[in-house]
Write a protein that binds this ligand. Structure first.
Ligand code: SF4
Ligand code: SF4
Length: 350
């Protein structure tokens, strides 16, 4: 099948971008990745550092007969304001910030569903493997090879036309398909993402993130305590952080996604409401949302930190309730948050 036909079919399946990469190792990217892991910059994210780190260096370790990778991207941008904008919502310290990608349904299902539809259109006469984010593949690197965009200084894949608010997916296939070529890096002399990062998680020259300083790591991946010295910089973020994408000029004219599953349902909820969820309510409310990944205790930890950072006296009572929580992680962060409201609050229930 010709590459142009595959790209047309990918569009029919709901993907704004599609391209083809060779299913071959990318030695420079693999080296950078393994070096990043080696230097401990992945923190405690075992799925990035265990035996799967080596699998990432060669797509044929995922599918031995792979010759090509069909790379796709699905837009998820919503119409709501960016976390860096000065609007009423942004100035309301009583609201919790949730990363744009988690405002709607879990993208894994949506992207996988689209890739299954695409494989059905390709026909069954080939070996294939569908990958959505969780597979050990250097997906941004292959997306760049497939011409979908360049990897910016904020380490996101950026497309010149639609920006970086995209989910990536891949089909490894035994089909031989004409590959695309990578576009040029268009970051130029810009340093907006590096300058705006509240925790200095991006390397001074860009193109590398220290996950151990990155807000999505503290608020999603980490099961333990957020580092004391970085808690204030977390601000109102209760799940993820978009700042380095919000400030990127290539996102300033990003189109809005048409996918109903990504309609914003969890945009900037009041912190007080989040602090009051029982575990059953947390599960029910975020049932089909990526927010589940933070787990109940991790989410309440995040809410407590955001309440502390708000400095709002109205959060004293809900924080005292969280400080009496049986889970020590939640209780400790709530005690820390109470101290941010007023130093004399350290003697609250524990
Ligand atoms: S996601 Fe937030 S904390 Fe992480 S690098 Fe970007 S701006 Fe910094
Ligand atoms: S903000 Fe500037 S430097 Fe950062 S990714 Fe966007 S264009 Fe590149």
């Amino acid at each position: 099948m010709r590459a142009a036909e595959i790209k047309r079919l990918a569009q029919e399946c709901g993907f704004e971008l599609a391209g083809i990469a060779r299913a071959e190792p990318l030695p420079n990217d693999s080296h950078r990745y393994l070096d990043w892991v080696e230097r401990g910059l992945a923190g405690a994210m075992g799925y990035l550092t265990d035996r799967r780190a080596i699998v990432r260096t060669d797509p044929k370790l995922l599918l031995a007969s792979a010759r090509s990778i069909i790379c796709v991207a699905k837009l998820y941008n919503g119409p709501e304001a960016r976390s860096t904008e000065v609007t009423n919502e942004m100035q309301d310290a009583g609201l919790g910030w949730i990363s744009r990608y988690a405002w709607g349904d879990d993208y894994h299902h949506v992207v996988r569903h689209g890739l299954e539809a695409l494989t059905a259109k390709l026909g069954g006469d080939h070996d294939y493997k569908i990958c959505v984010d969780t597979a050990p593949l250097l997906e941004r690197s292959y997306a760049r090879q497939a011409g979908l965009g360049w990897i910016g200084k904020n380490t996101c894949l950026i497309n010149q036309e639609i920006g970086s608010w995209v989910f990536l997916g891949e089909i490894l296939t035994s089909l031989e398909i004409q590959p695309d070529s990578p576009p040029p890096d268009r970051c130029g002399t810009c340093t907006r993402c590096i300058d705006a990062c509240p925790t200095q998680a991006i390397a001074p020259e860009g193109y590398e993130i220290d996950a151990r300083r990155c807000i999505p790591y503290f608020t999603i991946e980490l099961h333990g305590a957020a580092p004391q010295e970085l808690r204030a910089a977390i601000g109102q973020h209760v799940f993820g952080c978009d700042i380095c994408q919000d400030v990127c000029p290539w996102n300033s004219r990003a189109p809005v996604a048409q996918e109903p599953a990504f309609e914003p349902r969890h945009f900037a909820p009041p912190l007080e409401e989040l602090a009051g969820f029982s575990e059953d309510e947390f599960r029910a409310i975020f049932q089909s949302s990526p927010i589940q990944r933070a787990k109940y205790a991790g989410f309440l930890r995040n809410v407590a930190v955001a309440m502390g950072n708000s400095k709002l006296e109205k959060f004293r009572e809900p924080l005292q309730t969280l400080a009496a929580f049986p889970n020590p992680l939640v209780a400790e962060h709530a005690r820390w948050a109470l101290e941010q409201l007023c130093p004399t609050a350290a003697s609250t229930p524990s």
